[in-house]
Design a protein around this ligand. Structure first.
Ligand SMILES: O=c1[nH]cnc2c1ncn2[C@H]1C[C@H](O)[C@@H](COP(=O)(O)OP(=O)(O)O)O1
Length: 226
């Protein structure tokens, strides 16, 4: 018997416009509205969130603009916190539950809500609907969360730790964000990272383009070398 699905989503969820140059690089799966995604049968649903905070200042490596959280997963890839939504579970409730398990998130402090919804992509080969959220925290909340992460129930199991994404590019034009982009990411997490950085204006169009270009340039150098 099919289980009744709880759904607290508002009827007017819209998808933010993605400029063509970014779309071609970041939208690797079928982009769809939340309403359309709800009609898809026999797919599992997952929800992940980019948690970030604004941060002014400089380090010895470059300008600090913000703190963006990703996590090293059990399989050695990077991804955003979140996970599979149980059958019949509301997406936002399921996401907050996953965050409690994976990063010791306290949903009473700053719950992820539908106001943080960003978009939905359908991963057909894997029968997965991927909902993505972007949530801004205060820097204090972000730092508290970083400290709490190792206390989560999945620490050392599904989650090997949280990381801050380096948002600067160093003088060699590779170290920092371009090098980070050459890590292995799960599913569409790398594309979601670039979308998030552009969407919340932590990076300009030019900076996103350069980060992509410099990460690719290094791959080509390595290919030539070997
Ligand atoms: O960060 C991500 N962005 C997009 N899709 C992702 C991300 N992390 C995982 N995924 C995909 C690939 C996985 O098979 C499913 C389920 O996610 P996961 O976090 O592994 O789920 P559980 O924690 O095991 O519930 O989503």
């Amino acid at each position: 018997m099919a289980m009744e699905c709880v759904d607290s989503s508002p009827s007017d969820l819209s998808i933010p416009e993605i400029p063509a140059w970014l779309h071609s690089y970041t939208i690797k799966k079928h982009l769809t509205s939340y309403a359309e995604a709800k009609k898809i049968k026999n797919y599992r649903r997952a929800a992940h969130v980019c948690l970030w905070a604004r941060l002014e200042g400089w380090s010895m490596f470059g300008r600090l603009r913000g703190a963006v959280m990703m996590q090293l997963r059990f399989d050695g890839t990077f991804g955003f916190p979140g996970g599979l939504i149980s059958e019949g579970e509301d997406v936002v409730e399921g996401l907050n539950r996953e965050l409690m398990e994976e990063i010791a998130w306290n949903p009473t402090v700053a719950p992820v809500t539908w106001n943080d919804y960003y978009n939905t992509q359908v991963d057909s080969p894997h029968n997965l609907v991927l909902h993505f959220f972007i949530k801004q925290l205060t820097l204090g909340q972000f730092c508290d969360l970083e400290k709490a992460c190792p206390q989560c129930s999945e620490y050392g199991k599904e989650v090997m730790g949280s990381v801050r994404v380096p948002l600067y590019t160093m003088h060699n034009m590779y170290s920092g964000l371009p090098a980070f982009l050459n890590n292995k990411f799960t599913s569409i997490a790398k594309e979601q990272l670039l979308l998030s950085l552009y969407h919340v204006k932590l990076l300009s169009e030019e900076e996103v383009k350069l980060a992509i270009l410099h990460s690719q340039a290094d791959q080509h150098r390595l290919t030539r070398f070997f």
